[in-house]
Design a protein around this ligand. Structure first.
Ligand code: SF4
Length: 184
């Protein structure tokens, strides 16, 4: 079966691609992350996905950067937990639409590989969206490959981000580094 893999960044994609291929899936990548701020950061992550896709011999679809849509949906919400959920929903819904458009019967996301994301909520959303679209959401524990992925991505000299993606997370990361007396 063909599975469309939503890719949040290059480093996080390495283990999921390997694990899905081991299971016999035909994997195609999908880069859609309108949450990333500022645009210069988006370009860095986009270029890391390009480089990772080349290393992995992965065909990847690059979807539009509709930052305005992210702002419209998320910026009017104050609760951070709700913001995260909406942010994941936007990306998973677009991935599901693209999966249908490109003849994939299933989709999943590299967000499941991150120890910093709420895997249970992402899985709940993925399954809900999959059911509505008549697709399968492939839930796997990609976290077990996280350390190895990041080791390999350093060898490949891929860009590693130091905050989740949106302007809120950028601000929090800068504040936390300042508290620790770090300047960058
Ligand atoms: S912190 Fe991360 S998951 Fe939460 S809204 Fe920002 S980019 Fe999305």
């Amino acid at each position: 079966m063909k599975v469309l893999l939503h890719m949040c960044c290059g480093p996080c994609a390495i283990a999921p691609v390997g694990l899905l291929r081991e299971e016999g899936f035909e994997v195609e990548g999908f880069f859609y992350n309108p949450n990333i701020h500022p645009y210069s950061e988006y370009i860095k992550r986009y270029e890391a996905v390009l480089a990772a896709s080349e290393r992995l011999d992965l065909n990847t679809i690059y979807h539009r950067y509709d930052f305005e849509h992210f702002l419209k949906v998320v910026s009017c919400v104050e609760d951070r937990v709700r913001q995260h959920s909406l942010c994941w929903r936007i990306r998973l819904e677009e991935t599901a639409r693209a999966a249908r458009a490109h003849g994939a019967g299933a989709f999943t996301t590299t967000l499941l590989s991150s120890p910093y994301q709420d895997v249970l909520e992402i899985t709940r959303l993925g399954r809900e969206i999959a059911a509505a679209e008549g697709l399968e959401f492939v839930m796997r524990d990609f976290r077990k490959g996280f350390a190895q992925s990041h080791k390999l991505s350093r060898e490949w000299e891929l860009y590693h981000q130091n905050y989740c993606g949106c302007v809120y997370s950028e601000k929090e990361a800068i504040e936390q580094r300042a508290k620790k007396g770090l300047t960058s």
